[in-house]
Design a binder for this molecule. Structure first.
Ligand SMILES: Cc1cc2nc3c(=O)[nH]c(=O)nc-3n(C[C@H](O)[C@H](O)[C@H](O)COP(=O)(O)OP(=O)(O)OC[C@H]3O[C@@H](n4cnc5c(N)ncnc54)[C@H](O)[C@@H]3O)c2cc1C
Length: 402
């Protein structure tokens, strides 16, 4: 293989592969290589998420998240139809269990409506019981178009498309340095260097490190937040028909512990959100001293920690105490007991945190001539991936044209 290429995409998660596919569809014959540090595609956030195709209720109207989630959910559903990937439009309930949550629920209904989410309806307590007989609440929003899918299957299909369209996928190829040299990029992976004209990085949990290799500012820094799930025992799956979400804390970009029906019939409960001691920290005991040091050295980490001290301690306590985790779910699922659940999987969110301690909410892209970095693509990043890919390639082509 020659070391000269038109484009290198770093990261074979759902975003990197969707972006590579979009580029190859627009520019047939493009010489494109995707570099992935792991042995397989989709090993990090893409392979460890709730599997929900969100409709766009939560996001600030006019934000990238609002626009790209609406477009992306439609594109994702069509992609799955075309590639024969099962999608279950099981719908979702957003349930308020305390009077103090009702104004926030009304605000979410206004947001969802402004974002163009179809067929949102109000449900009274009886209406909640009609859809979820074991759930309880004062009032709920029903979103009938929310669906579930296996995003790993989507990623496999994207990977096949990329290779069918002529792209090259190199796994086990961790990018160690990126440098501009003689009008091209010099990409070092520990094997033969690559010299592409243009570079796009979609590196998820390591996106800030890739950006800094090309001289981008350190702000924002990725702070990893693990999300642990419990699973319902098969005998207790009768407690849940589909997706039940609480009213989220408006100051946090997380949706709160919810019930998630999986496409294979399993039911997961979670995820919570606890600070992880490593970017691939799928267990409490996973520690990477270099990455932990980088998180703790970031001034925004301490500002964030001070701001959310109570929430963080509560999340950590529930993480270590299964009874407390179950208790949080019993607010809207009162029959749930500790005997109904077993330990489940975990995911780690790449959450960008600004120097002032703000949890960056919207998707963030940066770059310049011949380079584009995705610096923040948290949930609903998987839902939105095909629309984000279109946005990335639009921005990338505009920057090349100027
Ligand atoms: C617990 C959890 C629940 C979620 N639930 C949902 C949901 O229900 N619906 C939804 O829409 N979204 C959800 N999300 C968000 C969604 O999973 C992400 O937005 C999406 O997967 C981001 O994709 P990505 O390709 O940017 O990142 P990733 O999947 O993390 O991929 C980045 C890739 O870059 C590679 N990489 C990094 N550094 C290098 C390097 N130096 N060299 C080469 N390769 C490198 C990594 O190995 C990785 O494969 C959830 C996320 C989590 C963690």
């Amino acid at each position: 293989m020659s070391d000269r290429h038109d484009v290198v995409v770093v990261g074979a998660g759902i975003l990197g592969l969707a972006t590579a596919r979009e580029l190859l569809q627009r520019r047939p014959g493009l010489d494109l290589v995707v570099l992935e540090k792991e042995a397989e595609v989709g090993r990090h956030q893409t392979g460890h998420n709730s599997g929900v195709i969100h409709t766009g209720i939560y996001y600030t109207p006019g934000s990238l998240k609002a626009r790209l989630c609406r477009a992306g959910s439609q594109m994702m559903t069509e992609f799955c139809q075309d590639h024969r990937i099962p999608v279950d439009r099981c719908g979702k309930l957003l349930v308020a269990t305390e009077a103090s949550e009702l104004p926030r629920l009304e605000d979410l209904m206004r947001r969802g409506t402004a974002n163009g989410v179809p067929e949102l309806t109000w449900l009274p307590p009886d209406g909640i019981k009609d859809l979820e007989p074991h759930a309880t609440g004062l009032r709920a929003i029903h979103s009938p178009h929310t669906a579930i899918v296996d995003f790993s299957a989507v990623t496999q299909a994207l990977s096949k498309d990329v290779q069918r369209l002529g792209g090259t996928l190199l796994t086990g190829a961790p990018v160690r340095s990126l440098r501009r040299e003689h009008g091209a990029w010099l990409v070092q992976t520990g094997q033969e260097p690559l010299r592409p004209h243009a570079l796009i990085t979609c590196a998820g949990l390591w996106s800030d490190e890739l950006a800094r290799m090309t001289g981008e500012p350190a702000n924002p820094r990725i702070i990893p937040f693990r999300g642990d799930y419990l699973r319902l025992k098969p005998s207790s799956r009768r407690l849940v028909n589909g997706l039940i979400y609480p009213v989220p804390d408006p100051s946090l970009p997380f949706l709160g512990v919810h019930t998630t029906k999986r496409i294979d019939g399993d039911v997961w409960l979670g995820p919570n959100a606890v600070f992880a001691f490593s970017r691939a920290g799928y267990r409490f005991s996973s520690v990477n001293l270099r990455e932990l040091g980088a998180s703790l050295a970031w001034p925004g980490f301490w500002r964030m920690a001070r701001r959310y001290l109570g929430t963080s301690v509560g999340e950590m306590y529930r993480d270590l105490n299964r009874g407390a985790f179950v208790q949080a779910l019993r607010c809207y699922l009162p029959e749930l007991g500790a005997d109904d659940v077993v330990a489940g999987p975990s995911g780690v969110r790449a959450q960008a945190v600004a120097r002032d301690g703000t949890l960056v909410d919207d998707f963030v892209f940066s770059g310049g001539d011949g380079i584009l970095h995705v610096r923040n693509a948290p949930s609903p990043g998987a839902t939105s991936s095909l629309a984000i890919a279109r946005e990335i390639v639009d921005r990338f082509e505009r920057s090349r044209a100027t």
